[in-house]
Design a protein around this ligand. Sequence first.
Ligand SMILES: [Mg+2]
Length: 271
Amino acid sequence: MKSIAPSRSETPPGLVFRPMVWYGKKVIESVRLESRRHALFLDFDGTLADIAPRPDAVRLSSEVPQVLAALQHKLGGAVALVTGRPMNDVDALLAPLRLAAAYEHGAVLRTRDGEVLRTSAPDLHEALATARVLVQKYPALLLEEKSSSMALHYRQAPQLEKICLHALAPIVTGRPDLKLLHGKAVLEVKSSRVHKGTAIAAFMQQPPFRGRVPVFAGDDVTDEAGFLAVKQMGGVGIKVGDGPTAAKARLANPQALRQWLIDNARREHTS
Ligand SMILES: [Mg+2]
């Protein structure tokens, strides 16, 4: 894979890149967050938190809520989560911190003021019925029924990937209102009208995000829509982990991302 490190001329104002060697490639190690300039958007699983065998088995390092609170203060409140998880899940893991957040890949937004905005849920009856039959037949599968989407996890049985895909793909074909996302050991069926890019764009219309440069970190294919959105807004995507991406920067793993957050939270306020 070719290097994704940008030339200096591509560096947006206020962002400092330091190349490092990672897996033999030059990648961008640091994007320096400035207190009056940047807005920060973060995916959760595989980005803030290490991937776990099951979504409910995820454990978050104890320093994460503190670091996020410090960054929220530093960036004037312009910090939001952008996750595929439903709302209550993430709140419980970050308590007592409550950030602005997009849940279910942008189908549910909670603003900085706590207002919850939901897009109308698509008809998932057929997808859910199919997934329930699969789970009954293969107990190693895990079905998450969310308010506006559903996720079928096969992390405990990766050999079932094709069976799940072949069962769900035909349901989405011919349904322009639905989108099938193929993430890390998970298939999700959601509305095609929203994605992580629309969620970030919606936040960027509102204070305290409006007028800032968006920086978005994520690890999975579902984050690519977010990377494209921030690119269009003059911001920076940070891909966590390996794989092709539209993101401009890359960090090796969630641990590296957490360290980057800690470094930025500790840095003196600059404008
Ligand atoms: Mg993720």
